[in-house]
Design a protein around this ligand. Structure first.
Ligand code: GDP
Ligand code: MN
Length: 378
């Protein structure tokens, strides 16, 4: 989950990292009050969870109130990489002497958190990584020990820092590492970490938190709500697991393993699932019904493939859920099913009576689903 800049900066501030003084606004007119408090010039920054806002025109400098209002209006009318701008962070502009880069991320190949730093930060960091990779210093961190002060200092020296800047760099690096651990982050990044008149300041701050760890951080609930699609909210309400993808063969399985295997088989026969949908253990008809209705409503879904291996989950409950969903929804879509396990006979009977084709093997059902999807598309 990506935090917005202002959310990440609130965390940075708590950990003692210097950030620009700033005020979040939700309407362009509010920029005046912000200026009264902050003074001029200000930097206006669109709050969207994407990298490269600057290049997309999402960061604007304003020297007087008229210019600030005009630019705030421009920003609020923008959409950046698919995200409409709903809030803008107004910050007191800093006098930049030099832009550095500092981040912590996971180096999966080496199973280490890695610190990346460069003396040439700013908006061209991707180009730098490609054209001059040696300008980015990499420091793998020993998990048992954490980031050592002298290591952070060494990196600081390598990117050309000394004196007070170096001392501050060490402190900021240690704080960012602590944030990374405390928040179960996948990325903590400051670009630029700027050398200004008042020392090092994190002009930009980004954080990505591991989705699987969000339950450990109830204070991030608001950010999580924002990222969920309407469909994902329905899934949470009914207690199934749902991930949106971009194919056209809707999948419903029980258990993460079987659901993933179902997706693999569909892929194997040349199809593409638009979702991962695991109804979980012991699903009753209401949950199944909600799941089926969700896929019926998804315009991308051309056919639904239900693959159930009943254990605690009763095949009969699943079948009833499917049939009720079909009855209650006006949208009609072909469904294929493979249902085995507990209450199999009863389940099959219910589906047969509703005219839903049944398959004994997952392969056969997958092939049929792929065939139908192609037929519907043609
Ligand atoms: P990003 O493009 O989404 O990474 O947005 P940033 O927050 O990094 O801002 C992009 C660029 O705007 C930075 O690299 C800076 O050059 C510039 N910038 C941001 N804040 C300030 C500021 O307070 N003063 C000045 N002069 N430039 C700024
Ligand atoms: Mn940036």
């Amino acid at each position: 989950m990506k935090l917005l800049e202002y959310e990440a900066k609130e965390i940075a501030k708590k950990y003692g990292i210097p950030i620009p003084q700033g005020i979040l606004i939700e309407r362009p007119e509010q920029v005046n009050e912000a200026i009264e408090e902050l003074g001029l010039p200000v930097v206006l920054k669109a709050q969207v969870p994407v990298a490269g806002r600057g290049k997309a025109g999402g960061v604007k400098l304003a020297k007087d109130p008229d210019e600030a209002l005009e630019k705030a209006e421009q920003l609020f009318s923008m959409e950046i990489k698919g995200y409409p701008v709903l809030s803008v962070l107004v910050e007191k502009a800093e006098n930049i002497k030099r832009e550095l880069y500092l981040s912590f991320t996971i180096d999966r190949a080496n199973r280490r958190i890695i610190m990346l730093a460069s003396g040439e930060g700013g908006m061209e960091i991707e180009e730098l990584a490609k054209e001059k990779p040696e300008a980015i210093i990499k420091l793998p961190i020993e998990p048992e020990i954490g980031l050592k002060a002298h290591e952070a200092r060494e990196v600081g020296k390598k990117i050309g820092l000394s004196g007070n800047d170096l001392r501050q760099f060490e402190h900021i690096a240690k704080s960012m590492y602590k944030i990374f651990i405390d928040y179960d982050a996948e990325l903590v990044e400051s670009n630029p970490l700027a050398i200004t008149d008042r020392g090092l300041v994190a002009l930009d701050f980004r954080m990505i938190v591991d989705d699987n760890a969000i339950f450990r951080h109830p204070e991030l609930e608001a950010a999580r709500e924002r990222e969920l699609t309407e469909t994902e909210k329905v899934a949470i309400r009914y207690g199934f697991f749902y991930v949106e993808l971009d194919g056209d063969i809707g999948i419903i399985g029980n258990g993460a393993g079987l659901t993933m295997a179902t997706m693999d088989v569909v892929n194997y026969y040349g199809g593409k699932p638009p979702n991962f949908l695991d109804i979980g253990v012991g699903a009753r008809r209401d949950r199944v019904k909600a799941a089926v209705r969700l896929l019926l409503r998804n315009p991308r879904v051309k056919v639904i493939f239900v693959n159930i291996f009943g254990g605690i989950t009763l095949a009969s409950e699943v079948a009833l859920g499917i049939v009720e969903a079909l009855k209650e929804t006006e949208i009609k879509k072909p469904i294929v099913a493979r249902i085995v396990g507990t209450a199999e006979e009863e389940g099959k009977k219910i589906l047969q009576e509703a005219g839903i084709p049944l398959f004994e093997s997952m392969d056969e059902a997958a092939k049929e689903a792929v065939r139908i999807a192609k037929e519907v598309a043609a």
